[in-house]
Every structure is written in structure tokens, then in C-alpha cells.
Write a protein that binds this ligand. Structure first.
Ligand SMILES: [Zn+2]
Ligand SMILES: [Zn+2]
Ligand SMILES: [Zn+2]
Length: 308
């Protein structure tokens, strides 16, 4: 709880969050996450906090002479052994926090303060829910009383961090993001719907991250995950993916992150010659077969050659 109180003190947007506040906010949040997750593991069995439970002995545990498991392993054990329901989203937020912490330790701040604030808010939110559901019920009344004031302080601190995020998003929606909801995507760095597509990629207005067309195409290839992104009929770059923008839930587009061409899925069909996606045969061509420009040219050349 002491770590968590420190987190909300450092990340309080009202008093201003400089690089130093962000640094200690993240370090202490990571420390809090580790302590809280492990204390739940301890309640299950003490051997579960060893990095390798197979090598656990009660002597080593009593002497605190062992390497303990990391946050990722703790989450996995809480899920698989304790049967806790930790959502994918929460697990991902904890993983991101671990990365933020390592980056801060070695390279200083690698994401904008806004991004770290938003990510930290998501983890803090999870930890409070985790405390409520998994740890507080295991405490006796005296223990619960002893942390009551800290819990209140942390809850109101989270409120202020979330308030910062909401306020900034509202301001962006009224200005930079106005009228752009048909081209907004969720940002993988800060988690906000503030990633606006631009030629050759996208820019996040919340955390100022720039993402390349290639990265985006791979990330948003929801239609056929793992399959390489499609080649764009307009610019030929392999950066066309099929997904839904913010404005249209279920309203999917084939969108090219390089040249910004977009097609409704039923506007495209596989080319009869090579299989690449291509707009349906155009009007007046009297054919239901779809041929891309390359294949059309090849067939015309072959026909010409056969005539001579
Ligand atoms: Zn962002
Ligand atoms: Zn294109
Ligand atoms: Zn073709």
C-alpha cells in the first residue's frame, strides 16, 4: 500500500508530472504490482513465489535465500494454479508496465509522459480491483482498518489520473480529433482512441507516438491474423489491412496505410490471374472476372504475340 500511495503522489497530474515523478511513479507501481501479486500467490502456497517451484525448500524460504518469480510468471500462476480470472487486457497492461520500468531503468523515458500516465492508470485500476477481490477478503479486521486510509488516498489518486486522461481526450476530441472518427484507431502505446491515420502511417494525438505503415498493417490485419498484409491496388505497397475504424463498429474497410486508399470488402475480389485483391471489373467491360492491371497486360501481350 505504501508503494501505491507513492505512485499516486508522483503521478498526480495536478501538481505536474516531470520526468522524475514519472520515473518514481512507474518504479513504485511495478514494485507494488509485484508485491501484491506475490502476496496472493503466498496465500496459495509459499513455493509458488520461487522462480522455480521445483527447487523450493522450506529452509531457503525461511532464510529468504531464493530468486523469486517475475510479474509475468506470477500472473500465469495466479491464472493457472489459483484459477484467478485475470483478463488479457489486464495482463497486457502489467506486461507493458514491466517494459516501461526496464526502459526507464536503462534508457530513461522512451514514451511520452502522457503515454506512461495513461498506461499507469490502467495498471493502478487493475491493482485496486485485485486488492478488493483477492486480498482484502483475506485480511482480518485490524489489518483491513490499518490500510483503510491508504486505500482511500489511492482511490482518489486514481480518480485524478483517470481525470487527467479524460480531460485530455475531451480536449483532443473538441480540437485535433474533431471530425476524424472515421479514421481513428486505438493506440498500442497509450491505449487511447487517438491514433489518426496520415499518409505513410499514423500519429497518436494523445501520446505523440508515430507509427509506420508497415507496423500498422501488421497490427491491424484482424481479418486474417498472421497472414501478411495485402498488396494495395493503388500504390502496390504491402500495407493494406482489413479492420474497422472507430466510427463503424462492424463496418470493415480494406485500408492502405501507405496511400490511404480504402475499399469496402465487397468492392474487392481476388484477381483471376494471380489472386491479389483488386477492385471488381469496371463498368462496360462486360466481364465478371476480376483481373489486375499486371495480369490484364500479360494476357493482352500473350494474345498479341499469338496473333503474330
Ligand atoms: Zn498513444
Ligand atoms: Zn496504397
Ligand atoms: Zn493479377
Amino acid at each position: 500500500m505504501d508503494y501505491l500511495v507513492s505512485v499516486v503522489e508522483h503521478l498526480d497530474a495536478e501538481t505536474g508530472t516531470g520526468p522524475r515523478e514519472i520515473k518514481y511513479g512507474v518504479l513504485h507501481l511495478q514494485a507494488a504490482a509485484e508485491v501484491l501479486l506475490k502476496s496472493r500467490l503466498l496465500r496459495e502456497h509459499w513455493s509458488l513465489v520461487f522462480s522455480d517451484p521445483a527447487k523450493a525448500t522450506s529452509e531457503k524460504f525461511a532464510a529468504s535465500d531464493f530468486n523469486s518469480c517475475g510479474t509475468d510468471a506470477a500472473v500465469e500462476r495466479l491464472r493457472n494454479i489459483c484459477g484467478l480470472d485475470i483478463s488479457k487486457k489486464d495482463a497486457a497492461a502489467l506486461k507493458d508496465l514491466g517494459k516501461d520500468r526496464n526502459a526507464l531503468q536503462h534508457y530513461g523515458l522512451t514514451h511520452s509522459a502522457e503515454a506512461v500516465e495513461s498506461r499507469a492508470g490502467a495498471v493502478l485500476d487493475f491493482l485496486l480491483r485485485f486488492l478488493d477481490a483477492e486480498l482484502l477478503p483475506l485480511l482480518d479486521e485490524t489489518e483491513r482498518d490499518s490500510i483503510k486510509d491508504d486505500m482511500t488516498r489511492v482511490r482518489s489518486g486514481l480518480h485524478s489520473i483517470n481525470g487527467f486522461v479524460t480531460e485530455r481526450m475531451n480536449r483532443l476530441r473538441a480540437n485535433e480529433l474533431k471530425g476524424t472518427t472515421d479514421s481513428l484507431l486505438p493506440c498500442s502505446v497509450c491505449g487511447q482512441w487517438a491514433l489518426a491515420v496520415i499518409p505513410n502511417g499514423a500519429h497518436c494525438h494523445f501520446c505523440t507516438t508515430d507509427v509506420s505503415a508497415e507496423e500498422l498493417a501488421a497490427a491491424f490485419q484482424e481479418f486474417d491474423p498472421g497472414h501478411p498484409a495485402n498488396e494495395c491496388p493503388q500504390c502496390c505497397a504491402s500495407t493494406m489491412a482489413c479492420f474497422a475504424f472507430m466510427d463503424g463498429p462492424g463496418d470493415e474497410w480494406f485500408y492502405c496505410f501507405t496511400c490511404q486508399a480504402r475499399y469496402k470488402p465487397d468492392e474487392l475480389a481476388g484477381c483471376t490471374g494471380c489472386g491479389r485483391l483488386w477492385p471488381h471489373g469496371r463498368e462496360g467491360e462486360g466481364t465478371t472476372q476480376t483481373l489486375c492491371d499486371d495480369c490484364r497486360r500479360r494476357i493482352e501481350d500473350e494474345e498479341l504475340a499469338s496473333r503474330w
